[in-house]
Unconditional design. Structure first.
Length: 528
């Protein structure tokens, strides 16, 4: 991260000075209208547009000049920046280090002989109070970087970072514009998009592959630090003129409510028995803002039904990331799969119920292996809208509500055949998971499309955390055979009051259950 940020700042501030001065002079120019139209047209170009339309030889002269001058002064930048990077980056790496690592410091850091190159430029539409630009930077460097790491197990290792390749787009905001030279009060910078980040790790005098988990821990620390510490919407604000620029800093805009419901068909990572899955969830990979579910032992279809809250700073760009691991006890956990969902796809105030496919890597989309799915409910609550909608995840005034005649098991369709005649004798066991109350329907003989039309009453003590579970069985003379199940939270029926819908039968090749649910809340207030 600091391998390119330090050098980047020096050159872009100079660019900003030139741009701001030009902006100030153009404001007084007789050709103000023509120039404004040109700037407006350019502002709609992305970095990719500029690269398509303008080959390298036709880049703006100042961009070519910038690359040329940066190459000339690179040896001096290398010497001056190394200590600055060391002192500024070490605390960041420490903040994001994996639980496997106890310390991570630089023992050697030089940036090498290859200077970065700026390969694209674009202007972003903004109001008259500032200038926003984006610069694409590419660096295939040959630095000499050695990290001294210490693990939680007391092992100390010198790790060399080699073969760094980076391509990314930096966003610069020169704001506010003022009459005093250099014409802007502060500059904010952020990594708007990380297109490529490659590097290799090597134990000095050894093979890192002989240390399971250590390579992944170090690589994860570096990538997490880059992903969160300077990636948009995070931005670093550097005051140029005296003043209060707190309005430019990153601020929370709302809360994301997440209910981690369950997962199904997880890949088994254990040779003996089944995986012991747990989930890790975050919007920003800061240790104190990441959430971890409980571990469900020996189960490839775990039910968590846990509720978490996350602070949101920019719903238009941030994502919720979910990683499912197999708990290996004293050994490092093994990743089963991961998924993410963009917050921009959420409608404020409306719960989104979604199954997410797990993949091996969120950046490399070539993974075709079926790793299972994870089920979540999401609700984004922007600040200032608390009175505009009901939040079922909020703390309620009452602890007990009655679902009076709440559940009607109507029918099922396309159930799998269970006997030699291609039929089944299905019935449904209905229960509340937390309350441990249970009922069952009658048996419908010789039918794959049974109709029950039976209504059940339940008392729900904790609507937020309880779950409704329906298990379908085939009645047999000597017992019963399991056919599949349907699991649902009460979030939707609490919000909508009543629900009539079809729900797929999990664990079966086919089949769905038709239900009618009605929430008849009768609050019983807590003693105060």
């Amino acid at each position: 991260m600091g391998f390119f940020v330090g050098l980047f700042l020096g050159v872009v501030i100079g660019v900003g000075l030139v741009m701001a001065f030009a902006h100030s002079e153009n404001a007084r120019s007789k050709r103000r209208a023509e120039l404004a139209a040109t700037v407006a047209a350019l502002s709609k170009m992305t970095v990719e547009d500029s690269r398509k339309l303008l080959p390298a030889e036709f880049y703006p002269s100042w961009l070519n000049w910038l690359n040329l001058e940066l190459t000339k002064i690179w040896p001096y930048v290398n010497e001056a920046a190394s200590e600055l990077i060391r002192t500024s980056v070490e605390p960041v790496l420490e903040q994001y280090k994996s639980a496997v690592l106890s310390s991570l410091k630089f023992s050697k850091l030089t940036l090498g002989t290859v200077a970065p190159q700026f390969t694209g430029v674009s202007l972003i539409e903004d109001d008259n109070s500032g200038i926003t630009m984006e610069l694409e930077m590419q660096w295939d460097g040959n630095p000499s970087i050695i990290l001294d790491i210490r693990t939680r197990f007391g092992v100390s290792l010198p790790i060399q970072v080699k073969n760094i390749g980076f391509t990314g787009v930096f966003r610069l905001i020169f704001k506010p514009l003022v009459d005093e030279f250099p014409c802007f009060g502060a500059v904010s910078y952020s990594l708007r998009e990380k297109k490529k980040l490659d590097f290799t790790l090597k134990v000095v005098g050894g093979d890192i592959s002989s240390l399971p988990g250590i390579s992944d821990a170090i690589e994860g620390t570096i990538r997490d630090a880059i992903e969160d510490s300077i990636t948009w919407p995070v931005r670093k604000v550097i005051p140029i003129l005296p003043g209060d620029y707190s309005d430019l800093e990153l601020k929370p805009v709302g809360i994301l409510e997440v209910k981690l419901v369950q997962a199904r068909d997880l890949t088994n990572k254990d040779i003996i028995g089944k995986s012991d899955p747990y989930a890790e969830l975050y919007i920003r990979p800061l240790r104190d803002r990441m959430k971890t579910s409980k571990t469900i032992n020996n189960d490839l279809n775990p039910i968590w039904n846990e509720h978490f809250e996350f602070v949101v700073e920019d719903a238009s760009t941030q994502k919720l990331t979910i990683k499912v691991y197999d708990d290996e006890g004293l050994q490092p956990s093994e990743l089963i799969g991961c998924a993410h969902v963009s917050l921009k796809d959420l409608q404020p105030g409306k719960v989104k119920d979604v199954w997410l496919k797990l993949v091996k890597d969120l950046e490399i989309q070539r993974d075709k292996k079926d790793r299972g799915q994870v089920h979540v409910e999401l609700l984004f609550c922007p600040f200032g809208t608390e009175n505009d909608f009901s939040n079922p995840f909020a703390v309620q005034k009452f602890s007990m509500t009655s679902l009076e005649k709440a559940l009607k098991v109507i029918s099922a369709e396309d159930l799998p055949a269970m006997d030699l005649m291609g039929k089944a004798d299905p019935f449904v066991v209905v229960r509340m998971k937390k309350a441990e109350t249970k009922n069952k329907t009658r048996v419908v003989n010789e039918s794959l499309n049974p109709t029950w039309n039976q209504t059940f009453d339940f008392v729900v003590e904790d609507g937020l955390h309880d779950m409704l579970m329906l298990e379908v069985y085939d009645h047999d003379t000597f017992g019963k055979d399991y056919m599949g199940r349907c699991i649902m939270t009460l979030t939707r029926v609490i919000l909508e009051g009543e629900v009539r819908d079809s729900f797929p039968l999990e664990g079966a090749k086919s089949g769905k259950i038709n239900l009618y649910l009605k929430w008849a809340a009768q609050p019983i207030f807590r003693d105060t």
